[in-house]
Design a protein around this ligand. Structure first.
Ligand code: DC
Length: 224
């Protein structure tokens, strides 16, 4: 059996619960976990750090290719390092989140990161989550899931996460920001977010994390 058939591809918009759910599915199945959003975040952090002109697509692609990116699960935390420097927290700042769209629309940046993602997935059974896992990166994956939830519910979850970190939130502004980020991802020319034809839709609006995990594990057991 080709290792690509041992891929669980999970896509969906921001706040649908992808990271949490994908990590738990990986634990339950004893698969590796690949957070591809962390890769786009790391590339954005690196470009900002290197003071690359974000309007220069060629420079962005060169910068992305020049970074030594390392993702490693350590004690339940995905440690992200660039050139040996731990940027696990730094990639989650609002500044990085705001600027990602400049890189994630860049075809050459994507090409490079997609290559790294396929190498990762080729090493063994993997749960890969992002926006284009089922459509672009692992189109032959036998188990594909599109994880979604209503905009209100996704806003509520993000607000709770931010509140837990002590960040003050304006709910309407947060909702508008999530909506805007979704629209950018769904309408971009390269690798737009969409449900692959053969992906199962899992709507988590009224599901607990455990219920979503169970649904995907069940699906994976029948499809893989
Ligand atoms: O899942 P996340 O919020 O960490 O993702 C960060 C950004 O990266 C998100 O705005 C869209 C982009 N992304 C992408 O374009 N393709 C992926 N496979 C994963 C993330």
């Amino acid at each position: 059996m080709n290792s690509l058939t041992q891929i669980i591809a999970i896509d969906g918009p921001a706040g649908a619960g992808k990271s949490t759910v994908a990590r738990k599915v990986a634990e339950a199945m004893n698969f590796a976990f690949l957070d591809t959003g962390a890769m786009y975040r790391a590339a954005t952090w690196w470009a900002l750090e290197q003071r690359i002109d974000l309007d220069d697509p060629v420079a962005l692609a060169e910068a992305t290719r020049s970074m030594q990116l390392d993702l490693n699960e350590e004690e339940g935390v995905l440690r992200v390092r660039v050139n040996g420097h731990d940027i696990t927290d730094a990639i989650r700042t609002p500044e990085v989140t705001r600027q990602i769209y400049r890189l994630d629309q860049n075809a050459q940046v994507r090409e490079h990161l997609v290559e790294l993602q396929r190498v990762f997935g080729g090493r063994g059974p993997t749960v890969a989550e992002g926006r284009d896992m089922g459509t672009v990166v692992f189109p032959k994956a036998r188990c594909k899931v599109f994880l979604d939830a209503s905009l209100d519910e996704r806003t509520r979850r993000r607000a709770a996460e931010l509140a837990a970190k002590g960040v003050a939130i304006d709910l309407d502004a947060l909702k508008a920001e999530i909506h805007e980020r979704d629209e950018k991802t769904r309408t971009r020319a390269v690798a737009p977010l969409r449900r692959a034809d053969d992906a199962a839709l899992v709507d988590t609006t009224r599901l607990t994390i455990e219920q979503a995990v169970d649904a995907i594990v069940h699906l994976a057991r029948t499809r893989l």
